[in-house]
Ligand binder design. Structure first.
Ligand SMILES: Nc1ncnc2c1ncn2[C@@H]1O[C@H](COP(=O)(O)OP(=O)(O)OP(=O)(O)O)[C@@H](O)[C@H]1O
Length: 271
């Protein structure tokens, strides 16, 4: 079987510390993964490896059938969509929103640019529409709200028609309405069989969109547990990964978690 992502015993060492520690993780075609874990657990670092932007110190990383280290990453990267705060910071505030999306295709279309320009423009416009930001196409990126920016970034990440889409905390900084709209848009993406394999990094189970199938819980650079969401997202696993007693509940097709309530003391006052 060819895996979309196949990490075997991947470690990333920085100074004296393994910031990613012996991670093995396989993703198959059609799956939609959530990566959960507390601050500093190693989520962004593992996503950088999955994006072909960081090489592990040891271990083997195979992405879309190619082994990192023996593949031209400049051919691999356009097959992977990535949206992250670090990438967003590099987008000039003065860039026109339509161009933010459109320019993602330059790396792939290369010398065919002129003949494909119209098609590219149509695709960029369609993607902006799909994420309800089509009306902002002529605005400057720097003038958008945080929620609007997040949606433009996802449209950009989809521009190259990637086989793997990696979203690093797409709901960070959004208000409740913005988060719910984004969760809805990601649920639609998850439900579409034509969508790429999806990986979503988040801190909050409330941000898991319906239709996501698997979860990996990270703890101290390693994998605490991983697999189908309903199997892995238990009080025990989530409490261990976040380091405090948590109650996790499935409400319809969404999840919620909060600190576990102390059990009422048995007995009572007598007399
Ligand atoms: N270049 C580096 N040198 C040293 N330590 C690093 C480096 N990059 C990351 N780290 C550390 O590695 C750990 C994992 O970082 P990473 O950003 O992957 O975590 P994360 O789970 O995404 O965290 P957060 O939820 O806070 O975004 C953190 O403790 C971070 O400080």
């Amino acid at each position: 079987m060819t895996w979309v992502l196949d990490l075997q015993n991947v470690t990333v060492r920085r100074g004296e510390k393994n910031i990613v520690d012996d991670v093995s993780w396989r993703i198959a075609e059609g799956e939609r993964w959530v990566v959960l874990g507390r601050n500093g657990a190693g989520k962004t670092t593992i996503l950088q490896i999955a994006a072909g932007r960081l090489h592990p110190t040891s271990g083997v990383a195979e992405i879309l059938g190619s082994r990192l280290g023996s593949v031209d990453v400049f051919e691999l990267r356009p097959r992977i969509g990535l949206a992250s705060a670090a990438l967003a910071e590099r987008i000039p505030a003065s860039e026109r929103v339509a161009d933010v999306v459109l320019t993602a295709s330059y790396a792939v279309t290369g010398r065919w640019r002129e003949s494909y320009e119209e098609l590219d423009e149509k695709r960029a416009a369609d993607l902006l529409e799909a994420f309800d930001v089509g009306h902002l196409a002529d605005r400057r990126f720097g003038t958008l709200s945080e929620g609007e920016r997040k949606r433009v970034q996802i449209a950009r990440a989809l521009m190259t028609d990637p086989e793997l889409l990696l979203l690093d905390e797409p709901a960070a900084g959004l208000d409740l309405g913005g988060r719910e709209e984004l969760v809805g848009a990601l649920a639609e993406l998850a439900a579409d069989p034509g969508s790429p394999v999806l990986v979503l990094v988040t801190h909050h189970v409330e941000e898991i969109p319906p239709g996501f199938t698997h979860v990996m819980l990270m703890q101290d650079g390693g994998v605490h547990s991983g697999g189908p969401i309903a199997e892995v997202l238990t009080n025990e696993n989530l409490s261990a990964a976040f380091g405090l007693p948590l109650d996790v509940t499935q409400v319809g097709d969404r999840w919620t978690a909060r600190a576990a309530q102390a059990a009422p003391r048995s007995g009572g006052h007598s007399g």
